[in-house]
Ligand binder design. Structure first.
Ligand code: GLU
Length: 469
C-alpha cells in the first residue's frame, strides 16, 4: 500500500503552530514510508476564507520546508463532485431532504438544553417527502443503532454510539456541501490512507466513517493529535504570544529549530531533544505520539534555536540572517562577507534578530557609545593606549585577524599594559559596546577605515570627558 497523507487547512488565518505541527506529522509519516503528502485547502466557508490566508499558509509551509507532493487542491473547485455524491446518496435513500424550520430546530435545541441532553436532530423529515423545489437541506441518514469504533493510532479504540450521532446536514439550503461531507469525499477521492489531524476532529470521525460506509468506501486510518496548551494550561492561543509560524520567522527562529520543537510537542524518542530533519523522518512513529496534551515552552524553543544557530553551516545561517540585516537598513553585500560575520557570532546569539542586532556595527557606524561600556572603558586612562593603537593601526598594511592580534599584543607590551587594558577600550571604541567577538576578528571585519574613524570618535568622547572633569 502506498501511504498517502494530507494536510487540510481552512484558510481563515495564518498558519499557526498547531496547524504546522499537524502538517509536520502528516509530512513525516509520508516521508518515512516513502508515500505522498497532499495539500488540500478547505475553503468552503466562503465568508471566512481568504486568498491572503491561502498565501500565508503556503508561505509558512514553504518556509518550514514541508513540501507537498500534490496540490494545493481547493475544495471550492470541487463542488460538482460533492453534489454528485450527495445526489447518489439521495438516490440510494442514504440521505434525505429536510425542510424543518429554524424555529422547530431552535425549539428542539432548547428542550434538549432544558433536560440537559445533547442537542440532536430528531429525524422528523426522515420519512416525509419534501418537495425538491422548496427550500431544504440534505441530511445524511445515519444508522439508528450500533456503534462506530474509531481505531485511532494515537488514542486506541474509541467507541461512539450511533444514537449519539444525529442525521447531520450534508448540503445547506444554499446548495453548498458541509465540512464532514467534503472531507470524506476528498479523503476518498485523493486515496488518503492516513488522516492525521488535531483531536478537535475526533468527534467528527464516526460521522465521517459512516458517510464513507454509505459510499461503500473503506475508511482511512486515523491519528488524532493531542492539543497544544499554553504555559498556563489553557489551549494555546494568541494571548500566549506568537502562534503564527511566520511570526517565528520574523522573530529570528530557524525553520529547523521550530520543526524540531514542534515534533517534540506530543512525540518523543527516549529523552532525545535534538532531531535534525533526517533523523526525525527516520525515528518518527505515529504510534509513539502521546495521548496527553503538551504545553508550549518558549524557553525550550529558544534553546533549540541557539543550538541550530551554533551547529549549522555558516553559509546557511548567513542566508537566513540576510533579511534580518535588511530590516536594520543594512545591505550585507556592502561590507564584510556575511558568512564571516556569522562565523564570528554563531556562539553569541539565540535568534537571528539578536545576531543581526549585535552584528550591525560590522556594517554601519553608530551614533553613540553604550553608556555603561563608555563610562567604564572610555576614560582618560584609555586615551593614550587608544592613540597608540590608532597610530599602529593606521600604519598597518596587512589586515588579517592574525596580524591584528599580534599588533594589539605588541602595543600592549610596549605600553607595559595587560592586553585587556588596551583591547577593551579599543573594542568599545570600534563596536560601541562592551561585547563582541575576539578583538582581532572584530578589527579585521570592521575594516581599517571604519576602525580609525570610530577610534577618533572615541578619542573625542574621552577629550570631552576630560574637559568636563
Ligand atoms: N479543515 C479542517 C481544519 O482546518 C481540517 C479537517 C481535517 O483535517 O479533516 O480544522
Amino acid at each position: 500500500m502506498t501511504i498517502r497523507t494530507r494536510f487540510a487547512p481552512s484558510p481563515t488565518g495564518y498558519l499557526h503552530v498547531g496547524g504546522a505541527r499537524t502538517a509536520l506529522f502528516s509530512w513525516l509519516y509520508a516521508r518515512k514510508h516513502g508515500g505522498s503528502f497532499v495539500l488540500r485547502v478547505e475553503d468552503t466557508d466562503l465568508e471566512r476564507s481568504t486568498t491572503e490566508s491561502v498565501n500565508a499558509i503556503l508561505e509558512g509551509m514553504t518556509w518550514l520546508g514541508l513540501e507537498y507532493d500534490e496540490g494545493p487542491f481547493f475544495q471550492t473547485k470541487r463542488f460538482d463532485r460533492y453534489n454528485d455524491v450527495i445526489d447518489q446518496l439521495l438516490e440510494k435513500d442514504l440521505a434525505y431532504r429536510c425542510n424543518c424550520s429554524r424555529e422547530r430546530l431552535d425549539n428542539l435545541r432548547d428542550e434538549a438544553m432544558k433536560s440537559k441532553e445533547k442537542p440532536r436532530y430528531d429525524g422528523h423529515c426522515r420519512h416525509s417527502n419534501v418537495d425538491p423545489e422548496e427550500p431544504h437541506v440534505i441530511r445524511f441518514r445515519n444508522f439508528l443503532d450500533g456503534v462506530v469504533i474509531v481505531d485511532d493510532m494515537v488514542r486506541g479504540k474509541v467507541a461512539f454510539s450511533n444514537e449519539e450521532l444525529d442525521d447531520l446536514i450534508i448540503r445547506r439550503t444554499d446548495g453548498s456541501p458541509t465540512y464532514n461531507l467534503t472531507v470524506v469525499v476528498d479523503d476518498s477521492d485523493m486515496e488518503i490512507t492516513h488522516v492525521i489531524r488535531g483531536d478537535d476532529h475526533l468527534n467528527n470521525t464516526p460521522r465521517q466513517i459512516n458517510i464513507l460506509r454509505a459510499m461503500e468506501k473503506k475508511p482511512p486510518k486515523y491519528a488524532h493529535l493531542p492539543m497544544i496548551l499554553g504555559d498556563d494550561g489553557a489551549r494555546l492561543s494568541k494571548r500566549h504570544g506568537a502562534v503564527s509560524v511566520m511570526q517565528y520567522m520574523e522573530d529570528g527562529f530557524l525553520p529547523e529549530a521550530l520543526l524540531n520543537y514542534l515534533v517534540r510537542l506530543g512525540w518523543s524518542h527516549g529523552d532525545q531533544e535534538v532531531f535534525p530533519i533526517e533523523e526525525m523522518i527516520q525515528l518518527f512513529e505515529v504510534e509513539d505520539v502521546n495521548k496527553a496534551a503538551s504545553a508550549f515552552n518558549t524557553e525550550k524553543l529558544l534553546w533549540l534555536n541557539q543550538h541550530y544557530i551554533k551547529e549549522s553551516d555558516p553559509l546557511h545561517i548567513a542566508h537566513l540572517l540576510s533579511p534580518h540585516m535588511g530590516r536594520l537598513g543594512i545591505d550585507p553585500a556592502v561590507g564584510p562577507e556575511l558568512v564571516d560575520v556569522v562565523k564570528a557570532q554563531q556562539e553569541r546569539a539565540k535568534t537571528l534578530v539578536e545576531m543581526a542586532e549585535i552584528s550591525a556595527f560590522f556594517y554601519k557606524d553608530f551614533d553613540q557609545f553604550d553608556e555603561t561600556a563608555a563610562k567604564k572603558n572610555l576614560r582618560p586612562v584609555a586615551r593614550m593606549p587608544l592613540e597608540k593603537m590608532r597610530e599602529a593601526l593606521e600604519a598597518q598594511i596587512e589586515w588579517t585577524a592574525e596580524s591584528l592580534h599580534d599588533l594589539v599584543q605588541k602595543v600592549s607590551e610596549a605600553l607595559e599594559l595587560k592586553m585587556g587594558k588596551v583591547a577593551q577600550p579599543l573594542r568599545v571604541a570600534v563596536v560601541g559596546r562592551a561585547a563582541s567577538p575576539g578583538i582581532d576578528v572584530t578589527l579585521h571585519l570592521v575594516g581599517k577605515e571604519a576602525c580609525l574613524r570610530r577610534i577618533d570618535m572615541a578619542l573625542d568622547f574621552i577629550r570631552k570627558r576630560e574637559e568636563n572633569a
